[in-house]
Design a protein around this ligand. Structure first.
Ligand code: CTP
Length: 406
């Protein structure tokens, strides 16, 4: 299952480091090319020779031991990895990578890595629940790290509690599930809109909203990671767009309408995460407006509802809308789904802490024609993006199967 996959396995200094050997062996047996980085403390618990023998590669411990002059080892390891797995991950290593420290081979490689990361923590229960560790884990989650939660059982310190490293078999399953995602949307075209629109009054003034674009970007990134060909139509955003997608920049609702409708026929899934202005100034002045009098009345007119337009035109495309609400979330979400002929609506209560614009987390509920499909807890926007696209891929598959009469 893992043939052709390049995995960096980071082993840090906890008693569970010995399980790193079993994990390494299972990953290699599943076909992965595994390069092991150990911290110095990990090397006190288990011999690097064991990992070298199991991985069939030299083990990296010292950042300055450059064996191959043609490359810089930590950059090369980071660049080649499809996934970095850290198991066991101690509180110390979690703290270092959450805060961007780079004082050993593993933390330095982590800082250079752009690939996904899977972390399997293992430590004493009080350490695991310490607010500093909790915050560091949250920071990593907000940046999109995936986790294999520790199990509950006998800890080395004598406690019977949560903190014990997940079993190597379960970590391998998580690794396999991550790579299996890569095919979910293979061959599919996904169009995502993100950010807020800008409706100009004059050359220097405009109406806009607080959307950061982070949710739409996370969805685009998730769709690309699942193998889709992604077009991202972005208005005003405050976040860095993901790599590997076609990025089209627009300003106004009108420009977004044109960019989306001209591509609609060729795509399989549309996700309308953008916060599109509902109204624009009737008149857009070519020259800067001069102040004149004590008050100014702006006349606004409705923009075209892009989602509704797509809902009327759709021919088999899966259409996903967003509903930002502050009350009666289910009622308004279902109303939007029906009115705009959507297949899914992602709704959030933007007044809840940890949800909505600008932050790195969101709390959403997914609705389909049948009603509530799933209520997600507070998750990183990346994790929410992954879940939305998993459900989208499931729905697309069922729709295709129905189309074939299965
Ligand atoms: N949307 C759109 N075109 C518009 C306005 C909104 O495509 N001109 C899309 C958004 O991208 C989002 C969904 O519609 O997917 C949000 O619906 P909307 O009815 O605009 O939400 P609210 O403004 O929150 O709704 P309401 O004013 O009905 O409370």
């Amino acid at each position: 299952m893992l043939k052709g996959k390049s995995i960096v396995l980071g082993i840090t200094g906890g008693i569970a480091a010995y399980k790193g050997a079993a994990l390494c062996s299972k990953l290699v047996q599943a076909g992965a090319d595994v390069k092991v980085i150990m911290t110095e403390s990990a090397a006190k618990f288990i011999a690097p020779l064991t990992l070298q023998t199991l991985s069939r590669h030299p083990v990296y411990i010292d950042t300055f031991e450059e064996r191959d002059p043609s490359v810089v080892a930590h950059i090369n390891l980071a660049d080649q990895a499809d996934l970095i797995v850290i198991a066991p991950a101690t509180a110390n290593t979690i703290g270092k990578i959450a805060n961007g420290l780079a004082d050993d081979m593993l933390s330095t490689t982590m800082l250079a890595a752009t690939c996904p990361v899977l972390i399997a923590p293992a430590m004493n229960v009080h350490m695991y629940e310490h607010p500093a560790v909790v915050r560091n884990l949250e920071l990593l989650a907000e940046r999109g790290a995936m986790f294999v939660e520790p199990g509950t059982g006998q800890l080395a310190c004598g406690y019977v509690a949560k903190g014990r490293l997940a079993e190597p078999e379960d970590i391998v399953l998580a690794v396999e599930a991550f790579f299996a995602q890569g095919d979910l949307l293979a061959g599919k075209k996904v169009l995502v809109t993100a950010g807020g629109t800008i409706e100009r009054l004059d050359p220097v003034r405009y109406l806009t909203n607080d959307s950061s674009g982070k949710m739409g970007f996370a969805i685009a990134e998730a769709a690309r990671a699942m193998g889709a060909q992604v077009t991202l139509i972005a208005g005003r955003t405050a976040a860095q767009p993901p790599a590997g997608v076609e990025l089209v920049r627009v300003e106004s609702a009108e420009q977004m309408l044109e960019a989306v409708t001209s591509r609609f026929d060729a795509v399989d899934i549309v996700v309308k995460a953008a916060a599109v202005a509902d109204y624009r100034p009737v008149k857009q002045h070519d020259k800067k407006l001069k102040k004149n009098g004590e008050s100014l009345t702006l006349e606004l007119e409705r923009t075209t509802d892009i989602l509704q337009t797509l809902g009327q035109r759709k021919k088999g495309q899966l259409l996903i809308g967003f509903a930002a609400e502050t009350e009666q979330v289910e009622h308004y979400a279902m109303d939007k789904l029906k009115r705009k002929n959507c297949d899914l609506v992602v709704a959030n209560d933007v007044s809840a802490e940890g949800a909505g614009f600008n932050g790195d987390t969101n709390i959403v509920q997914l609705f389909g024609p049948e009603g509530l499909i799933e209520s997600l807890p507070m998750l990183s926007k990346r994790e929410v993006g992954r879940r939305i696209m998993e459900i989208a891929s499931d729905r697309l598959k069922s729709a295709c199967a129905r189309g074939r009469g299965e």
